[in-house]
Ligand binder design. Sequence first.
Ligand code: FHN
Length: 452
Amino acid sequence: MQLKYGAQTTQQRDDPTVKAFRCDRFGQFIHWGLYALPAGVWRGETYDFAAEFLPKSANIADADWQALAADFTIDRFDASQWARTAKAMGARYVTVTAKHHDGFCLWPSEFSDTTVAVTPHGRDLLGEIVAAYEAEGLAVHLYYSVLDWHHPDWRYRIESADDAASFARYLTFAQNQLRELATRYPTVRGFWFDGTWDESVKANGWWTFEVERMLKELIPGVLVNSRLRADEHGARHRDSNGDLMGDFFSGYERRLPDPWDRSTADHDWEACMTIPQNSWGYHASAAVAATCKQPVELIEQLAHAVSLSGNLLLNFGPMGDGALPRFEIEIAEQIGAWMRVNGEAIHGCGMASGWDYPGWGYYTQNAETGATYAIVTRMPVSGAIKPQAPAGTGIRSVRTLATGEEVEFTRLDEQTVSIPVPRDAPVPVVFVFDVEREKADVPTREVNPDVA
Ligand code: FHN
């Protein structure tokens, strides 16, 4: 069907910016703002829902919430320390909350009355974060919430002419802020939109189309996630013709596609993930801390995403004073230790063509070198994995990335080998296969049509 505000391109981008994003595979998400101060606790009561939703969980008056800005003293904030933590973890980019739902801006926006300008320090925190991560060689994406609980013209739905007039003013305000962000921070690689699920935004697909166009005019090649976009019929992420809007699909939040769903490789995509079960901002509750994932679970999720040609954006929630929580630093260090040994199976990799999901882990493949990796996350009961190479190929040799040394294996047929998995190796164990393109040097025989 003919669409005026559908996908701006129907072809997957293949320019240097999107190639770098695709090659990065692993990003750090940062949720930091006023919500880090109360950290899920208000007037002595703990609210275990996501910390950044505390204004709603505790029914806090906006004026009382915005007054937190006076306490945002950030005594231990050091953007360079955040950036070094991300780099050592193996992340190649950061997505940081310039403005979340409460409307507070990490930059001194001229269009808002709730920004860092009204804090005791008045520093341009977003500018410091952009500079620090870029100094470490990491790309920066800016998160922007269209949903804004503070702004008087925000509307969840348009039910009257007055609502329409108010929301039109709101959209002008938001577009002014986005133009301001693109102008102040022209080196950023992407914009990550959120808070676009309400009827009011879905009824203004034209605005989302215009914002994408404007940002790409201001910063040519900039990446925009699909979550910004709606078409004129209110379809989100994918337009009414099924074409992906924006440059990468961002509908996987705290979940991943089925590991056998190879359709995901048709487009770029990124899953965002919390360390606790469900809090993006720092939460002081022991109950929330008890839900945190182990580093090995997060490594498995990263391998899972890359095996389907996707990225993983792992969230960190700095505390109100700007320091990263100790438990997050420790998780980053353990992921980094694994990435230093096995990162070649992640960076620059994607779906391994012709290698079906094996159940005991994930295959990834380096698009440039063709190297194929087996990331073993579940020990088979037999103690060995039995990878089957694509038809017409065979596995010639196997190394583990941990030692770089070749490992013994048993050939079961032209395509299939049995490789013992060392029980004492740090998990996940990663093997790299040297795959030969023609049939393995085993005697050919009549193919038995009864065997798959
Ligand atoms: O409500 C937000 C939430 O606080 C967080 O920012 C996540 C990150 O993708 N997005 C929304 C929930 O879908």
